[in-house]
Design a protein around this ligand. Sequence first.
Ligand SMILES: Cc1cc2nc3c(=O)[nH]c(=O)nc-3n(C[C@H](O)[C@H](O)[C@H](O)COP(=O)(O)OP(=O)(O)OC[C@H]3O[C@@H](n4cnc5c(N)ncnc54)[C@H](O)[C@@H]3O)c2cc1C
Length: 240
Amino acid sequence: MGQGRGWEGAVLKLMRAKDFEFTVTGGEDVTADYRRLTFTDGGMLATTGVHPTMWVRLWFDNAGRPHQRAYTLVDPDPQTGAFALEFALHEGCASDWARAAKPGDTIEATVQGTGFEHPDPAPSHVCVVGDPASLPAVNSLLGALGDAPATVWFEGSLDGLPCLADPARHEVREVPRRDGGAALVERVRAELPELLASGPDPYVWIACDTATTRALGAFVRKELGVPKQRVHALGYWRAS
Ligand SMILES: Cc1cc2nc3c(=O)[nH]c(=O)nc-3n(C[C@H](O)[C@H](O)[C@H](O)COP(=O)(O)OP(=O)(O)OC[C@H]3O[C@@H](n4cnc5c(N)ncnc54)[C@H](O)[C@@H]3O)c2cc1C
């Protein structure tokens, strides 16, 4: 199955990646820019189990060349092998594939690199910075962290999107994307310190474009001195 994927595929194979084939069972345009597809998993979930924010590497075709991109599992059910993926749509092979996907279409997947550690001690307050690409992971995270109050800075508009934040304990602050993420960085820099001081064991989770994520991760760890085991920062996409 790894044939034709070049060195990226070979390296993942050596790292004991697992390969599965997913089959599309349905699709829904949630908004004009956000599409949910449902799948059967080719036996994956029974083999790998599931964890919060779990993601897979999907192998898209880019004019005959392999194009690997990560997507987050939504509502994975190991009993039935069913799950969904939610695609924030933009220019790109993965987005194009998702726009056109119909029941019966298949795509190969590798499970490698995903993981989740429950923060210990449990967070007194969760500070989340995300955007449409990380919304499925944000939803999964908030579900996994149970009763902890959370503040979510969301880059973009949540209008019509499936945000699972519970208004009783989660506050969502929408920030329009401006200047390549600079507006989000500025807002979080201004507002995060007060929230971090509001409880003994805060936990910070950041997943935006790579430059924004790097800037905020460095701010939180280096300038604010939050211990690295209390900060998760992973770039989800590269702005061009
Ligand atoms: C762990 C992980 C989990 C992820 N889960 C999801 C998920 O569940 N849903 C999801 O939609 N994305 C998710 N992503 C992000 C997704 O992998 C990237 O957005 C990916 O680049 C999309 O590939 P593409 O082929 O469509 O575009 P690419 O070929 O990578 O890029 C094409 C163009 O689109 C731009 N672009 C790429 N991504 C975005 C974006 N998100 N917003 C605006 N412009 C963009 C690029 O700058 C470039 O100009 C995840 C990423 C990671 C690392």
